[in-house]
Design a protein around this ligand. Sequence first.
Ligand SMILES: [Zn+2]
Length: 116
Amino acid sequence: MTPLLENNIELIEEAARDNGREEGAVVGITKQAQDRGYESLSPAQVRMFELCVRPLIEGVQCPGYTHELEDNPRECHRILDDDRLVELYTIGNALCETCEAQASVDNHSKTSFFKD
Ligand SMILES: [Zn+2]
């Protein structure tokens, strides 16, 4: 699970700040969970992990698809599956299946619009 976050330490730090925890401590716990297993965490560390790190690796919402002519993404509350979560953390963006389909439909209609 946590190898996902290996190249995204700043996300963990941000989550720590958001929750009023010490960045180094939360990053340390994440690394420990990765190296020595979740079971090696103390109850206090588990609480910190659940609070700060769990929301980054589970139940992550689709950021929503942004149409080329619009400024803001369309709201989407679907949850990204594991494969897409990996995409999100490796290439920096990912959409749920539905938004992906919408994006390709829009791309297609743009192409035919310019053809006329
Ligand atoms: Zn979506």
